[in-house]
Design a protein around this ligand. Sequence first.
Ligand code: MG
Length: 319
Amino acid sequence: MNPITTALLGLSVADAIGVPVEFQTRGELDKNPVTDIRGYGTYNQPPGYFSDDSSLAFGLAESLGVGVFDLTNQAKRLINYKLHGYWTPENQIFDIGRTTSLSIDRLEILLREGKEKELVSLRHGATEQDNGNGALMRIFPLYAYLRDKPVEDWFEYIWQHSALTHGHIRSAFCCFLYLRFCAHLDGKVEKTEALKVARRELLSVMGEKKPSLAEYDALEKLFKADFANLARTQVQGSGYVVHCLEAALWCLFNADSYREAVLKAVNLGQDTDTTACVVGAPAALRYGVEAIPANWLAALARREEIIDLGDRLDAAYPQ
Ligand SMILES: [Mg+2]
């Protein structure tokens, strides 16, 4: 199976494992940890039902799957999710982040008023509050588009897409580090080395973008932490993009399988589906589709359509 399809399955299966316990605290999960696929719970959805994280990633995958990076089209698919449940398990939304929801309303107004040219400059209105994990959770498909492009070109595309909902440069830095890490894993680089190189690449982008010192402070742990030796108490599964990426890396560096990484993510508590979703793509790239537990994959809603989508996206950008 190609890496794009593998990762789409990896992220959506992981999302679905987290959905039934979203918002549970770590204390609650420590008493009753998730050890296998469950259903119902928080949103009363059947096992294998993925949430907004995957739906929005699939929307981006569909948009890029036609062979172009088209911000207007990406925005339309975000709107379509909110209005019509596009790419949800049953064409019905049961989960949407606050910033994502408000941003989609803004996109809808811009497009209705024929102001699509403004999509490219959405970053300018961003504040530090716009740093939820809502862009990070859906960014993976952009890897297919970027994988053959020079690394110097990646950040601008990443920021443009992120800014449709999360315009702050910090969200874009996190998405960049994540996609470069995924790229190195896909290139069969060992995970410690993959993170080391991705960190170096992010430093270089930051050197060029010259953000305020607050950004270096905010990203300090992402740059410096030895995730394999970091205590579990040092990470949290919150909705803040930096915490989310730290938690995902902690899971990946403290697990030896797809299954273990995803369960670790879910059992951190809080934004369980999103932490797991962010873990799911790199874990699947690292361990392969065969590492996704068969009963998890069998339960996944719209599985065959996801495989078809991944195959189309992969084929749109031949290597
Ligand atoms: Mg979700």
